[in-house]
Design a protein around this ligand. Structure first.
Ligand code: HEM
Length: 274
């Protein structure tokens, strides 16, 4: 068993054992006619505070308490385990009132964004590295402009020197917009290779009617078309990696607030904080 597989099994075993322990303890309390809600509620709130504190830990890289990798592992298992705590703590019915409903939705959204982010942070870097060349997100616009300039330069010189009107017309009709405008939001959210495939096949079809000189320029366009599509794809995946974390962090603050208010009101209606 590799180090990572062993670490995963230990994480899963510790999380499940803790949850079973909490469940049994809560049952014991109920059997003794004591309410287990404060016990499970405070555990859940503490878990949420520790999960949120991960951001502080990331902001203080030189902090003495645990390495960044240990914090990340703890974050993942406490995050996943918090769903078990939530299931033990919250009654299995539709939430009551605005505060309970908001708290449930914000918790579920934070949990879901964490789970999706965990999957993406594991799978997207592999998909990005398959593209071959890595482009820094902030440099993508400049790179896009460079490709557009090269495509435009290639077609202009072909028209000027070889009178490439067939290729020139095809460029104007099908490739000019492709190279000069950004892909829409639908591609950013859900990138597909449809446009790439269709333009490549249209360009292949057009090469049948081209002179030898025009074909050389068409070869350049094939390469630039692929390069541009890879760049857009890379932008979409890198954006996804940034966007999920933004959403995940943005949900953390309302979650802390709603959970804190929920704990406070629970004690308020029970005769004040102990
Ligand atoms: C439910 C309550 C949760 C809260 C309040 C919470 C909060 C946070 C915070 C504050 C960060 C730090 C972001 C930063 O500064 O970079 C973070 C990162 C992260 N969280 Fe959560 N999280 C929760 C649940 C989860 C769950 C359930 C998972 C996975 C199953 C998860 C996976 C992650 C991952 C993968 C990161 C990014 C780590 C990195 O790339 O450095 N979170 N979370």
């Amino acid at each position: 068993m590799t180090f990572f597989a062993r670490r995963r099994w230990i994480g899963v075993a510790v999380t499940l054992t803790t949850l079973v322990g909490v469940r049994l303890w809560a049952e014991r309390m109920e059997n003794r006619l004591q309410s287990s809600s404060y016990f499970t509620g405070w555990l859940l709130l503490s878990a949420i505070v520790v999960l949120a504190a991960f951001q502080l830990r990331k902001k203080l890289p030189a902090a003495p308490f645990g390495s960044a990798a240990t914090w990340l592992q703890a974050h993942i298992y406490i995050g996943l385990g918090s769903a078990g705590l939530y299931a033990i703590h919250a009654p299995w019915r539709w939430p009551n009132g605005i505060l309970e409903t908001t708290l449930s939705f914000v918790y579920l959204a934070t949990f879901a964004s964490g789970a999706v982010g965990l999957y993406w942070t594991r799978s997207l870097p592999r998909r990005l590295s398959r593209l071959g060349s890595e482009v820094i997100y902030e440099q993508i616009s400049a790179e896009r402009h460079r490709i557009q300039q090269r495509a435009q330069g290639a077609i202009l010189s072909a028209v000027r020197t070889a009178g490439a009107t067939t290729l020139g017309e095809f460029y104007n009709a099908r490739l000019h917009d492709y190279f000069s405008t950004r892909r829409g939001w639908s591609f950013r959210l859900w990138p597909t290779s449809e446009l790439r495939k269709s333009l490549l096949s249209e360009l292949t079809e057009t090469t049948r009617y081209l002179s030898d000189d025009e074909r050389k320029t068409a070869e350049q366009l094939f390469a630039l078309l692929r390069e541009r599509d890879d760049l857009d794809y890379s932008e979409s995946l890198q954006w996804r990696l940034k966007a999920w974390l933004f959403v995940h962090i943005a949900l953390t603050y309302p979650l802390l607030l709603a959970a804190g208010l929920h704990a406070w009101t629970a004690h308020l209606f029970d005769g004040g904080l102990p």
